[in-house]
Design a protein around this ligand. Sequence first.
Ligand code: ADP
Ligand code: MG
Length: 383
Amino acid sequence: MESSRPEGKEEAGLRREREALARELAALRAYYEDLLASLQDGVVVVDPDLLVLAFNPAAEELLGRSATFAVGRVLPAVLGPGTLLPALAARALETGRAHAEHGAPLTRPDGGQVWVSAVASLLADAGGKPRGCVLTLRDLTRIRDLEEQLRQADRMAALGALAAGLSHEIRNPLMGVRGAAQLLAGDPALPPAFREHSRIILREVDRLNALVEGILGFARPRPARLLPCNLNQVLEEVLALEEGGLTERGVRVRRLYDPQIPPVQGDAAQLHQVFLNLVRNGAEAMPAGGELTLRTSYERKSPRCRGVSVAVAEVLDQGVGLSAEASAHLFEPFFTTKEKGTGLGLAICQRIVQEHRGVIEVHSDAAKGTCLAVLLPLAGEQA
Ligand code: ADP
Ligand code: MG
């Protein structure tokens, strides 16, 4: 037994050396684990048979699988069918060169889709013999979203310029038509049927004019003048204008205000326009009447708005909800499903809210109705 006799000098030296080596190895391993863990990019290491050897936290997050699940399984079994990553790794192992994929869709186990770019590089020993392959993965989802926003902004800018030009050209002749119709409508020498027709012309010209005004306002908005405003007050002012009409149409208004909400940094006139549009849309979604709820609250350091503190105003209706098509095009100018709609309401709302550095969100449910939520940074919160 080793403990029964005293340790020789040489043995003690060897033991100390062994212990020092073990400590060094543990430190080295911890160092490489930290290194992998601190990388923003996902890193997956596989052996020549595609057996997963390492799976860092960024890869766990990106791919929606845990390292405990992944390590020790083959890559195709970890990722499921339909991803290009195993093929990419196999190609790197076969050819001995790095291969890249600049954006491939990947379905996570929760059903969400992410876009990733991937590079597969060969892992070889000192003699050049392949020991496996390293996959580095980068999340492109956010970049794709930004690209889509940019395309949308480009479309809006082009549309805006076109609309502004057209509206201008339309407005002047329209005023001429209006003037002439007004003269005819008031001419006692004309038979009553003529005068009635003139009044129809007048009414329709006014409708066209309102549309043109809307387009002009959208295409060339005046800059927002931001001052502290209270959202409860803004909502009340909108209701003062609208509530009579709503009651007539069988729409009851329910107020769920948080009396404590701090002021937001806003342009009161523009915020009126936002909530007027939302209240009208809510009412129009309930042609048979129903309840329209206006709710306010506030959220400290809201993750829904770049982490700044916001006041939230929601307009909830009990209408039919949004179709898939409406959800996809809701904020696009001229998207409307209404016979007499302009499709400008929500496009204007979104532009104003964005100018306030806020966020507009939509939640819809065919069974319960639709909720439009406007989040606006509190006064003094503008980052
Ligand atoms: P408009 O009201 O003139 O149609 P908007 O931009 O205000 O234009 O709305 C665009 C479209 O979005 C509407 O035609 C409608 O289909 C849909 N929509 C907006 N708000 C709601 C809502 N609260 N419930 C159901 N659909 C809505
Ligand atoms: Mg509308």
